[in-house]
Design a protein around this ligand. Structure first.
Ligand SMILES: C[S@@+](CC[C@H](N)C(=O)[O-])C[C@H]1O[C@@H](n2cnc3c(N)ncnc32)[C@H](O)[C@@H]1O
Length: 179
């Protein structure tokens, strides 16, 4: 019994430390978008657009899992660096049989956007700088971007929706135009 309790304690400690470590490394914790934010982000996306939806930091899968479940014909992709939230999302993927969902434990900066029609994210200011750089350098097609809280540094949003919450959280909607 003591052994089980000790092993459990160290497992929880390891998980907590790994989350702290990845938060320090990436710049943001695997905090979920609120249900209001999630709903607003999904309402801003046309699911009829041909192409994949990619979450740039899919966390526990709280955004990609409902989309993949509701839209079985849509390819849904998540990139996540923090191993424990990523592992939980993978467990959900397999237990729900979501064959249209791919979850990479990889930096979104290495992501291939060539199949994407939509990007969603809830990042942080320097993550948005990195995203805009990547879009400028690699994206030669039109793409919709929906970002919770944080704006791209210089690209103008098509729309900013303010949530009716305590912080009036902004949801930025962009239509990135290929040059
Ligand atoms: C605030 S959470 C958002 C989770 C989910 N997208 C949502 O809206 O509920 C941000 C996630 O992005 C991940 N992340 C941050 N930088 C990343 C990067 N460069 N590549 C992949 N994931 C990253 C973090 O580990 C974290 O889990």
């Amino acid at each position: 019994m003591d052994f089980i309790a000790t092993a459990f304690f160290f497992l929880v400690l390891l998980i907590a430390l790994s989350i702290v470590w990845s938060t320090l490394k990436t710049g943001i914790s695997p905090m979920m978008s609120s249900s209001k934010a999630r709903q607003t982000m999904l309402n801003a996306i046309s699911m009829d657009e041909k192409g994949a939806l990619i979450d740039l930091g899919s966390g526990w899968g709280t955004l990609v899992i409902p989309v993949a479940k509701k839209q079985p014909n849509k390819q849904v992709i998540g990139y996540e660096l923090s191993w424990f939230p990523w592992m939980v999302s993978v467990l959900f993927k397999y237990s729900l049989g979501l064959d249209n969902l791919t979850l990479y434990r990889e930096d979104f900066k290495n992501a291939d956007f060539s199949t994407a029609s939509t990007l969603v994210c809830y990042l942080f200011p320097s993550g948005m700088v990195a995203l805009e750089e990547k879009l400028k350098q690699n994206v030669l097609k039109n793409i919709t971007i929906v970002s919770n809280t944080f704006a791209l540094p210089s690209y103008k949003p098509t729309k900013v929706i303010k949530l009716k919450d305590f912080y009036q959280t902004p949801i930025y909607v962009y239509h990135w135009q290929a040059k």
